[in-house]
Design a protein around this ligand. Structure first.
Ligand SMILES: Nc1ncnc2c1ncn2[C@@H]1O[C@H](COP(=O)(O)OP(=O)(O)OP(=O)(O)O)[C@@H](O)[C@H]1O
Length: 271
């Protein structure tokens, strides 16, 4: 984490507002009668790899869709890379997003898709070309880059979506299951890319059910359950809180905090 604890202007144990890549205050989303996200307070410092975990239906995608200005919150506020999450125009150039289904057009080739995306992000043509070449090479997609996406395998679509999410060098990248459908070599390239991004001060907000990936990469982890953040901290801190301490895995932590028994135990402590 990039913290500046010597700065008296620090807002909490995280950095100053300038150092925060993501912050939310009492963020909520209701769909009809369903509360999907329930009063979320997030603070993520720049350059963090933040593992955002939670069981199916916990509210992770809804949160990410709000943080990327794709979905308006029911209430509460948030900022990403300095822009309010309700201001998509201000936000868009600063963020990259790989959703579960990459937003790519079947009738385009990967190269056309990426050129189109670079144009939308107002990148210079020379920069578009050099970034595309570099990233196609890195993800071993160069040979297929002039074939139509409709002919691509799931993994090739995923690689195209990932390149699209990072090619404009956004400040904050949201990745939903980035290694989904990838073979071991490509999955390793993705993990290395995530580490490189963070080393260059890009914040990576990583949502995945593959906990060893989070354990390997994340500098901070937040676990969502029923729309609420039930635990947060560095992976080692979270493990130390369990009885088995460092011997535990992130999976043990996940299973411990995402049960109704956890709530029941906390309620009885309060009484
Ligand atoms: N468009 C929608 N309309 C109504 N309810 C929705 C909608 N999208 C999500 N929900 C509900 O909101 C809750 C949170 O869903 P969300 O997709 O955010 O969870 P998730 O943590 O991303 O789950 P998963 O791990 O399965 O992808 C769930 O109860 C879900 O049924």
């Amino acid at each position: 984490m990039t913290r500046n604890q010597s700065n008296p202007a620090a807002v909490n144990d995280h950095g100053t507002d300038d150092q925060l890549a993501i912050s939310t205050d009492d963020l909520r989303k209701e769909y009809g009668g369903t509360i999907a996200v329930d009063g979320l307070d997030l603070t993520v410092d720049r350059g963090t790899i933040y593992g955002f975990l939670g069981p199916n239906g916990a509210g992770k995608s809804t949160t990410i869709r709000m943080l990327t200005a794709l979905l308006p919150p029911s209430s509460g506020t948030g900022r990403v890379a300095g822009a309010p999450i309700t201001d998509r125009e201000a936000l868009i150039d600063h963020i990259g997003y790989l959703p579960e289904s990459p937003p790519i057009h079947d009738e385009f080739t990967a190269r056309e898709q990426l050129e189109y995306h670079g144009g939308l992000r107002e990148m210079k043509p020379t920069e578009i070309e050099s970034r595309i070449e570099t990233l196609l090479d890195r993800f071993e997609l160069a040979e297929d880059a002039d074939d139509r996406i409709v002919t691509y395998s799931k993994g090739m679509r995923q690689k195209t979506g990932l390149i699209q999410a990072i090619m404009h060098q956004p400040d904050v990248v949201f990745l939903d299951e980035p290694t989904s459908g990838l073979d071991p070599r490509a999955a390793r390239t993705v993990r290395e890319t995530i580490t490189d991004l963070a080393a260059n001060d890009t914040t990576v907000f990583l949502s995945t059910h593959i906990l060893p990936v989070v354990e390997e990469l994340a500098t901070e982890v937040g676990i969502l359950y029923d729309g609420q953040l039930v635990t947060e901290g560095a992976p080692t801190e979270l493990k130390e809180r369990l009885e088995a301490g460092e011997e535990s895995s992130l999976e043990d932590v996940f299973l411990e905090v995402t049960t109704d028994e956890q709530y029941a135990a906390e309620d009885s402590e309060d009484e």
